[in-house]
Design a protein around this ligand. Structure first.
Ligand code: FCB
Length: 451
């Protein structure tokens, strides 16, 4: 039978992603750990991240071998500020040594590290000073970055300053679901502003020490779409999109701080502070004017019930949105793009193979249209601690299943598929037939040719 194959360029990079708090275990010196111990009903099941995937105590090494077995060539990890600077200005050399050991193991396994410097967690001592709400936070963070980069620059040259400033400021400072549990528009803007400032300072500091470094930021994009052509739905869409996506893009692209309420200012030094942009994409939300939420400006959003979507408040799995977000990032920033996260919560790995193929196919389409997408990091290598969802089985993202009692790992069918994609640098009709035959028409709508 004839086969069809979508090849990627030979220098395209395949990787996986994790973050420190979600995999390391015993990260007891940051605000998330403290939040978990409060058992305040804000983490599913009131659990602690506890041992997570036990990386810090020694299991990182075996999981790095798994990255190699999947034939990936890069991995996105984060380093934990609260381990490296447990007290103001005091750095822990043993913690640096442990990261050096982990990163060296990666390099010897042929895995290029992409290191994130802030992934949602903040040291307790920083939080006690007012955390990201105080205007000194960017300076405090930049001092840590200087030390971290100084220590690791012989091993790392691809840096991500801040993971998803928009998600972090929304969940921690606007919706109150994450530490420090603040819920107000002013706090949201203050935190987001300080995170962007921290990014810009870090960019300069990294380049001062390491001129060849490639520095970026991971931008979470939700693809918002109005539910109808009603002008009210359209207006809600514009507000929600600007609040969540647009403010950060305008800040980075134009050096302009343009909140929906409050003073607009130019912050010129934010411009040209990216060598690449990371896209974290997971979902589409439909936006609509919600008469039952007039106190909240009538803002409504969510998945259409008829569309395939994730659990809880998760939106629709909408692969076309990935291509749309790539186009938008290109239009706004015109930089090399890495997909720094993409994946889905899927407890039993039933949907993951098909949806993964659909997503990767959109990445291929973008590359074939010459959009500068350079690599793809699947979230996540293995099941891990999923923030407010804790260890809820519905929120498992891994290519490897983890039994958190025994720390045993099992490769899922989607993991096997991803390994084949990475190894062959392609997606093929043979893979689709084997892993998700129901997606054949969608992925190869022109048939397989040849007959
Ligand atoms: C992203 C986070 C990551 C993980 C995935 C599912 O927003 O960056 O840590 O929680 O969602």
């Amino acid at each position: 039978m004839a086969e069809a194959t979508h090849h990627f360029p030979s220098d395209f990079e395949w990787g996986t992603a994790t973050s420190a708090h979600q995999v390391e275990g015993d990260n007891s010196n940051n605000d998330w750990w403290e939040w978990e111990q409060r058992k305040n009903g804000k983490v599913h099941g009131d659990v602690s991240s506890a041992k997570a995937c036990d990386w810090w105590a020694g299991r990182a090494e075996e999981d790095i071998q798994r990255m190699a077995e999947l034939k990936t060539s890069t991995h996105r990890l984060s380093i934990e500020w609260s381990r490296l600077e447990p007290e103001p200005g005091q750095f822990d050399n043993a913690a640096f040594d442990r990261y050096r050991e982990i990163i060296k193991t990666m390099r010897s396994a042929g895995i290029t590290p992409l290191v994130t410097l802030h992934h949602f967690t903040t040291p307790i001592w920083v939080a006690a000073q007012g955390g990201w709400l105080q205007s000194d936070a960017p300076k405090t963070f930049a001092a840590f970055v200087e030390r971290a980069v100084g220590n690791l620059s012989d091993l790392v040259d691809r840096w991500c300053t801040i993971n998803e400033p928009n998600v972090y400021s929304t969940n921690s400072f606007f919706l109150g679901g994450w530490p420090p549990g603040k819920a107000g528009i002013n706090d949201y803007y203050a935190a987001l502003f300080n995170l962007l400032e921290a990014h810009a300072r870090s960019y300069d500091i990294i380049h001062d020490q390491q001129p060849n470094a490639q520095v970026g930021l991971a931008k979470h994009m939700v693809y918002y779409h109005p539910r109808s052509i009603s002008p009210l739905d359209g207006q809600v869409n514009r507000i929600v999109d600007r609040q969540f996506n647009g403010i950060t893009l305008t800040a980075l692209a134009k050096g302009r701080w343009e909140p929906l309420v409050g003073k607009k200012v130019g912050v010129d030094k934010w411009r040209n502070t990216l060598d690449w942009i990371g896209l974290n994409y997971y979902m589409r939300h439909n936006t609509f004017f919600d008469v039952s939420n007039l106190s909240g400006l009538g803002i409504g959003y969510g998945p259409r019930p008829a569309e395939e979507h994730g659990p809880g408040g998760w939106g629709e799995f909408y692969p076309d949105g990935l291509f749309e977000c790539i186009k938008r990032l290109h239009r706004s920033l015109n930089l090399p793009i890495y997909i720094t996260e993409n994946g889905l919560p899927d407890e039993r790995d039933r949907k993951r193979p098909r949806i993964m193929l659909e997503y990767i196919r959109r990445v291929w389409t973008a590359v074939m249209h010459n959009y500068p997408v350079k690599g793809y990091y699947y979230w996540s290598l293995l099941d891990n601690f999923e923030w407010a969802e804790g260890y809820d089985p519905e929120f498992r993202f891994g290519l490897y299943e983890v039994d958190f009692e025994t720390q045993e790992r099992t490769l899922k069918p989607s993991g096997e598929l991803y390994g084949k994609i990475a190894e062959s640098n392609s997606i093929s009709s043979e893979m689709v037939r084997k892993s998700a035959p129901e997606a054949m028409d969608s992925l190869f709508p022109g048939g397989l040719g040849g007959s």
